[in-house]
Ligand binder design. Structure first.
Ligand code: AMP
Length: 241
């Protein structure tokens, strides 16, 4: 069964970093819709250039465009062992479309992880965040007592602030998150595969908690998907029979 994970949480919660790390460890495809759009802008693709103005203002790109991008990626062979989605879905419309795509793939349930971080911490993180102008990777935060790096640790590219990480756009992105994306928590909250992670901890601790809750949710998803005859033979059922 595939491991199909979505990482929810506000901008600056560390979803991208954690999604990348988890996907690498488990050999899954990481799909970041923000990265796809930024790569498209660098490559001057019309679909991404049309989205650029909205991105620069911190607003959302339309559902139809985003759903088409994600559907295409999720249907590729390299997404079949599973995926970690970062930045999608961001609206209830996108979440409903994702449910349909997962049902079509028919190889495992959706695991939903909500990464929570208090707002004052998000603003602090986003204002100081640097990314590589060449490969798009997030820069590692400087270690205590050391100066902030100026070059990308992965490819040596120049580190710059993301166009939409300035304070005014950050506040708009957080507002858009509260209005359009937070209602998704209600959409998913009652599923047995919904989990919450404390994103305000040190990166290592977040990574550890994330692994634990995803494995646990995968187990819950498997139980839910098991046909009635298998459920009837499970040890708990047998013991209570
Ligand atoms: P991110 O890197 O995930 O913070 O995304 C950067 C920007 O890309 C967002 O502020 C939106 O303008 C756009 N974007 C990325 N993913 C989506 C999505 N699923 N729906 C709508 N807009 C998106």
């Amino acid at each position: 069964m595939a491991l199909n994970v979505i990482m929810m949480g506000p901008p600056g919660a560390g979803k991208g970093t954690q999604a990348g790390r988890f996907a690498r460890d488990r050999g899954l495809l990481k799909i970041s819709t923000g990265d796809i759009l930024r790569e498209g802008i660098n490559a001057q693709l019309p679909i991404a250039l049309r989205a650029q103005e909205l991105m620069d203002r911190g607003e959302l790109v339309d559902d139809a465009t985003m759903i088409a991008i994600v559907r295409e990626r999720l249907m590729r062979p390299d997404a079949q062992p599973g995926f970690v989605l970062d930045g999608f879905p961001r609206t209830v419309g996108q979440a409903e479309a994702l449910d349909r795509i997962v049902a079509e793939r028919n190889n495992g349930p959706l695991i939903i992880v909500d990464v929570r971080v208090p707002e004052h911490e998000l603003v602090r993180r986003l204002a100081g965040r640097l990314i590589c102008a060449k490969c798009g990777a997030n820069a590692e935060p400087p270690k205590a007592g050391e100066a902030a790096p100026t070059e990308c640790a992965k490819c040596g590219g120049e580190l710059v602030q993301r166009a939409d990480d300035n304070e005014q756009v950050v506040l708009e992105r957080l507002k858009v998150y509260d209005r359009a994306t937070k209602p998704l928590v209600d959409f998913y909250r009652d599923r047995p595969t919904f989990r919450i992670v404390n994103g305000a901890q040190a990166q290592e601790l977040v990574a550890h908690e994330l692994e634990t809750v995803i494995d646990d949710a995968a187990l819950a998803g498997k139980k839910q998907a098991a046909p009635a005859s298998v459920k009837a033979r499970s040890p708990e059922k047998a013991a209570s029979a």
